[in-house]
Design a protein around this ligand. Structure first.
Ligand code: AHR
Length: 503
């Protein structure tokens, strides 16, 4: 039973937008405090940013970083987060039953991005839960207007002479979710998003705006929500958001390993909904997809803990600190492949989140920072998954799952660098116990060398990286790949993520 596909540079899906490798910093748990920001930590710079974390964020290769939430944004008062730190108020954060000190705010976030590097870009969310058009405009003026008005001059007085130049904005967060502070119906949200977008564009027509889609494909309002919101906002926004988290439920690992089936159908259903509204409006414009929260998240565990033990407003508690296994990393890799396979329409994606909170990077307060298993597929894809995604039609043996029916054992994509012709193949073998032989026909491409072949797998599918053993799981060199007669042959290890670079 061999899995196969053919690569041909004449057949492409589309170009990978660098924003596909975005991430997310929310004021939640220890993502900010003792995550990216820890004054007094041995590695902290003059601004209190942890340089050990900054080094890992650069190595991870993230681009757009969404901020400051998530659920947090629906109670966010941007003005609390700027100006002299000693004057900033402490506030209740209703979303996570925590206390927000505001020691880290907008200016600190922008300074963090600058240190991450030239590809790092803010993706700023406005509060459409407890607030509306006026506050969004105030934040925009404070952040982006050069000077000579009350709020832009306030920014200058606060020490940020240059405007932040934020292009990409989210119009609220998960407004379809009953858990959201200020939750709305599609009609209510659609109108508010439209009016906020219209006003923000009056200040700057060049902004890129993201309307809230559904919090998952399983939401009861899914698709009807997108349709209504887009009827109101179609001409005013550029993207609609998608969020999805996956976890192993009831020990059903086979279904968990097929999570990307749900992610791909979610993407395709949202594309269909966008295009349906576009057709009804007789519009030539296409709405793109911002998959601005995705990951493996053991959410049911978190919800059970939160119900049993509601937090009593602590500062930066340990929240959502999932520790990821090899199995989680393989599923995670298949989700990355799903995003790349839809690079024509998914033009923004944010791995939720960046540090400590369901994150590829973990830290100990006062102690070290380390890479989770999921760090590795992301870093490899962010580095080598650049260029044009080739149209990969997988012919693969299948296996049976309780949730997703018959699913191909192989999940794969390939990205070609149009400048050099080099091709990188990313592949996941979903089988828990069987190697999967793979043959890739390389039609019409002059590829003579396997430059790199690495595999993430382990004899123990539950192995993970921890404070005590931070490099227990890392990619290892793959074996036995052969490039001959215009074809690549390789056997994928059971339960594995593989990257093969050809030049
Ligand atoms: O990423 C964690 C939370 O998941 C976010 O705050 C929210 O938007 C989503 O439900």
């Amino acid at each position: 039973h061999v899995a196969r596909f053919t690569l041909d540079p004449a057949f492409t899906v589309g170009e990978v937008n660098p924003r596909l490798f975005g991430s997310f910093v929310e004021h939640l748990g220890r993502c900010v405090y003792t995550g990216v920001f820890e004054p007094g930590h041995p590695s902290a710079d003059e601004a209190g940013l942890r340089t050990d974390v900054l080094d890992l964020v650069r190595e991870l290769g993230v681009t757009a970083i969404r901020y400051p939430g998530g659920n947090f944004v629906s109670g966010y008062r941007w003005e609390d987060s700027v100006g002299p730190v000693e004057d900033r108020p402490r506030r209740l954060d209703l979303a996570w039953r925590s206390t927000e000190t505001n020691r880290f705010g907008l200016s600190e976030f922008m300074a963090f991005l600058k240190k991450v590097g030239p590809e790092a870009e803010p993706m700023m969310a406005v509060n459409l839960g407890t607030r509306g058009v006026a506050e969004a405009l105030e934040l925009q003026e404070y952040a982006n207007h050069p000077g000579g008005t009350a709020l832009s001059d306030l920014r200058v007085a606060h020490g940020d002479k240059e405007p932040f130049g934020i292009r990409l904005w989210c119009l609220g967060n998960e407004m379809d979710g009953p858990w959201q502070t200020g939750h709305k119906t599609a009609e209510e949200y659609g109108r508010l998003a439209a009016e906020t977008a219209r006003a923000m564009r009056q200040m700057d027509p060049g902004l890129e705006l993201v309307a809230c889609g559904s919090s998952s494909q399983a939401m009861p309002t899914f698709a009807a929500w997108e349709a209504k919101v887009l009827e109101e906002t179609y001409d005013l926004v550029d993207h609609i958001s998608l969020h999805a988290y996956y976890e192993e439920k009831d020990g059903d690992r086979d279904s968990f390993l097929a999570s990307a089936v749900d992610m791909e159908s979610f993407i395709e259903n949202v594309v269909a909904t966008c295009d349906h509204i576009g057709a009804r409006l007789k519009s030539k414009k296409k709405i793109n997809l911002s998959f601005d929260e995705w990951n493996v998240w053991y959410q049911s565990r978190f919800e059970a803990e939160a119900a049993e033990n509601p937090l009593d407003w602590p500062e930066a508690p340990r929240l959502l600190e999932d520790s990821y296994s090899v199995t989680d990393a393989v599923v995670f890799g298949s989700l990355l492949i799903a995003l790349l396979r839809h690079a024509d329409r998914v033009t923004v994606a944010c791995l939720a989140q960046l540090v400590n909170v369901i994150a590829p990077i973990m830290t100990e307060p006062g102690g070290p920072a380390w890479r989770q298993t999921t760090f590795h597929p992301f870093a490899q894809a962010a580095r080598h998954g650049r260029g044009e995604v080739l149209d990969v039609r997988v012919d693969s043996p299948t296996y049976r799952t309780a949730v997703h029916g018959d699913v191909p054992l192989l999940q794969a994509t390939a990205v070609r660098d149009p400048r050099t012709g080099a091709v990188t193949v990313f592949a996941v073998n979903r089988s828990q116990d069987r190697p999967l032989p793979l043959r890739v026909a390389l039609g019409g491409m002059d590829l003579g060398e396997i430059v790199e072949h690495t595999v993430l797998s382990d004899a123990d599918p539950d192995a993970r990286n921890t404070l005590d053993e931070p490099d227990r799981v890392t990619p290892h060199p793959g074996e036995g790949a052969v490039l001959a007669g215009s074809a690549l042959s390789v056997t994928l290890e059971p339960l594995s993520w593989t990257m093969i670079r050809l030049a």
